[in-house]
Design a protein around this ligand. Structure first.
Ligand SMILES: Nc1ncnc2c1ncn2[C@@H]1O[C@H](COP(=O)(O)OP(=O)(O)OP(=O)(O)O)[C@@H](O)[C@H]1O
Ligand SMILES: [Mg+2]
Length: 372
């Protein structure tokens, strides 16, 4: 489905604003601290129910107001959707076509979405958790069941860890949660294998385009379970058997450390340039090309899997890019067929009020006005 319009009420510093999303590029331009990222975040929030930046619910509500509201309309081959999200400090409510949404999973797959934010640079050098989350978010969108497996795994993990922390360590319950981990964990790992195998060729190709002299970028799944690399080709029951065994072996360690020490909650994804892990040496500029290549690869594969270009949200799209690289990037986005909503403190080179398929909004003190 395609996102068509966005309306914000009392969201962050925006009292009220409406944005018509253009077929190719909607660009929000303005000085620092005016509300560009806030507007982008509202759109991301309505589609994923996660803020773009770490935040408490109350942070999303305009200071002095009690409820933030975001409305997004979607069109597609079937019925149009109206997403209506209300956020208060104490909770949120989502209505789709006027009906209360009970399972967020029903919303998450509606629009293929790729988001690129300056915080994503941390993917290159930061904690494995960031890379796991990024990969899982991509896999959810090509294989909706992955979301359920990830949640089942997290739930069993929390329960087992809780039990390990308590003094009464009932073996039977530990085994029961271990069994749930083995089943959901094998599915989680299978999804991650799939995601990496989809991304690998596209990532290398996209990176070569963005940074022709930048070395060969590769991505690999690094499961936490020793020997699991060899197990990549295992079927699901063999993979759960591997996990079951690993949990058994690690039980004394788990009891001593009072937490589950083996399993895919410790997986990593390795990015490497010419075979050397980027975690150890990537420069700021290299990190940027790496993350952009990753998001472009996701967009490529989402387009292939779903038959329509994804919505690409790019916060501060052109930061640190010179004009040549910036226009090359825009040409690439056009070629992917992604519908882009981007922000920046200046307009991209070549973009003007007359450019077909584009909308420009200037953002000032929380007010958005259409410039073309
Ligand atoms: N809940 C809120 N109520 C009122 N103002 C808020 C709220 N949350 C954030 N703001 C304000 O919004 C402004 C920043 O908005 P935003 O992050 O969208 O800036 P930006 O235009 O993207 O700037 P930059 O170019 O620096 O990234 C800040 O001044 C911040 O204090
Ligand atoms: Mg910003």
């Amino acid at each position: 489905m395609l996102a068509q319009t966005l309306t914000l009420t009392d969201f962050r510093n925006v009292e009220r604003a409406g944005v018509e999303l253009a077929p190719r590029l909607t660009f929000l331009v303005g000085d620092n601290a005016q509300g560009k990222t806030n507007a982008l975040e509202a759109l991301a929030y309505a589609l994923t129910l996660k803020p773009l930046r770490p935040a408490r619910l109350g942070d999303l509500v305009r200071r002095g107001a009690s409820t933030a509201v975001v409305d997004v309309s979607l069109t597609g081959p079937a019925l149009p959707w109206q997403i209506h999200v209300e956020v208060e400090a104490g909770g949120r409510q989502v209505l789709v076509n006027g009906k209360l949404l009970r399972d967020p999973a029903n919303l998450l797959g509606a629009v293929a979405l790729v988001a690129f934010t300056p915080d994503d640079l941390a993917l290159v050098k930061g904690a494995p958790e960031l890379r796991r989350r990024s990969l899982d978010r991509f896999v959810f969108q090509v294989q909706p069941g992955h979301l359920r497996h990830a949640r089942d795994y997290q739930r069993a993990l929390r329960a087992r860890n809780l039990l390990l922390r308590r003094l009464d360590r009932d073996r039977r319950s530990l085994d029961a949660f271990g069994e749930m981990l083995a089943i959901a964990g094998a599915r989680l790992m299978a999804g991650r294998h799939l995601g990496i195998s989809l991304l690998r060729p596209a990532l290398t190709r996209r990176h070569r385009q963005l940074a022709p002299d930048g070395g060969e970028l590769t991505i690999d799944y690094r499961p936490a379970l020793a020997g699991e690399e060899a197990a990549a080709g295992l079927d699901e029951s063999a993979a759960s058997e591997r996990l079951r065994q690993a949990l058994q072996e690690a039980l004394p360690l788990d009891l001593a450390r009072r937490q589950t020490c083996r399993g895919p909650h410790l997986d990593d994804v390795e990015l490497a340039l010419d075979g050397v892990p980027t975690r150890r040496f990537a420069s700021q500029g290299q990190s940027r090309s790496i993350v952009l290549a990753l998001r472009l690869a996701e967009a490529d594969e989402l387009r292939r899997a779903r038959g329509e270009g994804p919505l690409l949200l790019a916060d501060d799209l052109l930061a640190e890019l010179d004009d040549g690289r910036a226009s090359a990037l825009l040409t690439t986005l056009d070629a992917i067929g992604a519908r882009v909503v981007a922000t920046g403190t200046r307009l991209p080179p070549g973009l003007s009020a007359a450019t077909a398929g584009c909308a420009i909004y200037s953002v000032r003190a929380g007010r958005l006005s259409r410039a073309n």
